[in-house]
Design a protein around this ligand. Structure first.
Ligand code: NAD
Length: 491
């Protein structure tokens, strides 16, 4: 869609209390296009003063917003949605440039944000309490559902706009205020761009605040601050556990939602449609260069199909175009930053040292890492147990269904997973034994639907997103009774 609106610009600082202002830390950081190194924005970073102001403003703004009726909130989301649609090309361009995502990835992320906004239209009217039976005579009992208050959102860089907005939109829709700390690499798509959209839609000042700052300076303070009652964190397991420790540290006690790392098994049983399975594995492994928490990180194939699967997978992977993410032909764009590239190269070296069969490889060029495929990988190796977050595919052999299941579950993670079989009853039986929050039969593990449950088990996190599940996370029960008649107390 072509927008008649003036493109958003001027991303240089913070968005606090409805005001675009420089950060107080006395430092700047740049948002950089990972493909060509071009500076997209130079931001003056936030200090603890800015954080304080953001939380204080949010706490005040939230009181009025909680009292605002559902229709006004729905009207707000209708305007946000319409801006999102009008500015589709502009937004996709930002996602391509700031995340290094291909046009396909950026379009999918835009669609995910839009889907979340459509779902948000329904949320204000879905916050329902209960009238409860109670034994006492002359007493009525109600359980109200109230917003938690202020929600602190910390998001990662891989799908920054969607992963920030999947907390922001339902939080606002259920009567909360929000303070967001996007990842260092994606200050615009992870926060400031969303602030522009909500501001243009008329969101009252103070309900959405974006803080861009150094983790050393504001990281722990973000969680420890007394105002936020819930920290909604999406990112690595390492940092998520740290946030969890802080949130329960004794210095503070608050709710947490942790959506963390993954190591999704992609299981191909002996009766699978091989062609479908290969194409799905390719798509799920190489979409966004493998930088997705649900990406199939371990491809586990029954021995009866193994050789044929590897052959076809390698042939397909060899054809994928690596390069400029803004070129529609590109499938594999750059990794996010030098740290991600170093981690990818280390994993490749680990696989080589372990003696796994390198069936496809190549040299990195800048942040571009070509697809790598390793066969005969051992599931208990460091290589297979690592969340690779890169276009690197380990393929593991399984002797039968029972072993495939054991291998699938042999991981500290439990986010998403897939199983391929022509027997759907077998598929459901297998899926229910996978220790994960999400399992998809005959499709890729990378799935997110705004009205279906999303979340992980084990070291992949605590808490749930989307639909009724996120309403429950972002609201609290409050038991209220009314005694209508006098009581003759015993003393
Ligand atoms: P990360 O954990 O390094 O960073 C995530 C966020 O936490 C960033 O905003 C970062 O600045 C912030 N952070 C770091 N230390 C902090 C501290 N002490 N206090 C407050 N904030 C702090 O993760 P990443 O590299 O940005 O993202 C990749 C990871 O995210 C992968 O492990 C991936 O699997 C995971 N992820 C999970 C999901 C999910 O839904 N489960 C979705 C996307 C990504």
């Amino acid at each position: 869609m072509t927008s008649q609106r003036t493109p958003y610009s001027g991303f240089t600082g913070q968005y606090i209390a409805g005001d675009w202002r420089p950060g107080s830390a006395g430092k700047t950081a740049c948002s950089v296009d990972p493909y060509n190194g071009e500076t997209l924005a130079e931001i003056t970073l936030a200090g603890v003063d800015d954080l304080e102001k953001a939380y204080a403003t949010a706490a005040v703004a939230q009181i009025e917003w909680a009292r605002t009726g559902p229709s006004r909130k729905i009207e707000l989301f209708r305007r946000v949605l319409s801006i999102m649609e009008d500015r589709q090309a502009e937004i996709i361009n930002w996602i391509v440039r700031e995340t290094g995502g291909t046009l396909l990835k950026a379009g999918a992320e835009w669609a995910a944000v839009r889907g979340g906004l459509i779902e948000a239209l329904t949320l204000p009217s879905r916050v329902e309490g209960r009238i409860m039976p109670i034994d006492s005579t002359g007493k009525q009992s109600f359980v109200y559902r109230e917003p938690v208050g202020v929600v602190g959102v910390i998001s990662p860089w891989n799908f920054p706009m969607h992963l920030s907005n999947r907390s922001i939109a339902p939080a606002l829709a259920t009567g909360n205020a929000v303070v967001v700390k996007p990842a260092e690499d994606t200050p615009v798509t992870g926060g400031l761009l969303l602030a522009k959209i909500y501001e243009e839609a008329g969101l009252p000042a103070g309900l959405l605040n974006i803080i861009i700052g150094d983790v050393e300076e504001i990281g722990d303070a973000f969680t420890l601050h007394p105002v936020p009652k819930l920290i909604s964190f999406t990112g690595s397991t390492r940092v998520g556990k740290h946030i969890g420790e802080l949130a329960m540290s004794g210095k503070t006690l608050k709710h947490i939602g942790l959506e963390l790392g993954g190591n999704a098994p992609f299981v191909v049983l002996d009766d699978a449609d091989l062609d479908q399975a290969v194409r799905a594995a390719i798509f799920a492994r190489f979409l966004h260069s493998g930088q997705i928490c649900m990406s199939c990180n371990r491809i586990i194939v029954d021995t009866s199909l193994y050789d044929e699967f590897v052959e076809r997978f390698v042939e397909h992977a060899r054809t994928l175009t690596v390069g400029d993410p803004s070129d529609p032909k590109t499938v594999i764009g750059p990794l996010m930053n030098a740290k991600q590239k170093a981690a990818a190269l280390k994993s490749i070296a680990t696989a080589r040292q372990a003696g796994f069969d390198e069936r496809l490889g190549g040299e990195a060029d800048g942040l571009l890492v070509p697809p790598h495929v390793f066969a005969n990988v051992r599931n208990d190796s460091v290589f297979a147990q690592t969340e690779l977050f890169a276009p690197i595919a380990p393929i593991i052999r399984a002797n039968g269904e029972r072993e495939a299941l054991a291998l699938a579950n042999q991981t500290e993670y439990g986010l998403s997973s897939s199983v391929f079989t022509r027997d759907l009853t077998r598929g459901i039986r297998f899926a229910r034994q996978i220790q994960a929050g999400m399992t998809h039969i005959n499709d890729i593990p990378v799935q997110d639907s705004p009205f279906n449950m999303f979340g992980g088990e084990k070291n992949s996190g605590i808490g749930r997103f989307n639909g009724d599940w996120i309403v429950s996370e972002l609201t609290r029960d409050h038991w209220i009774t009314v005694q209508e008649t006098g009581i003759d107390y015993p003393f």
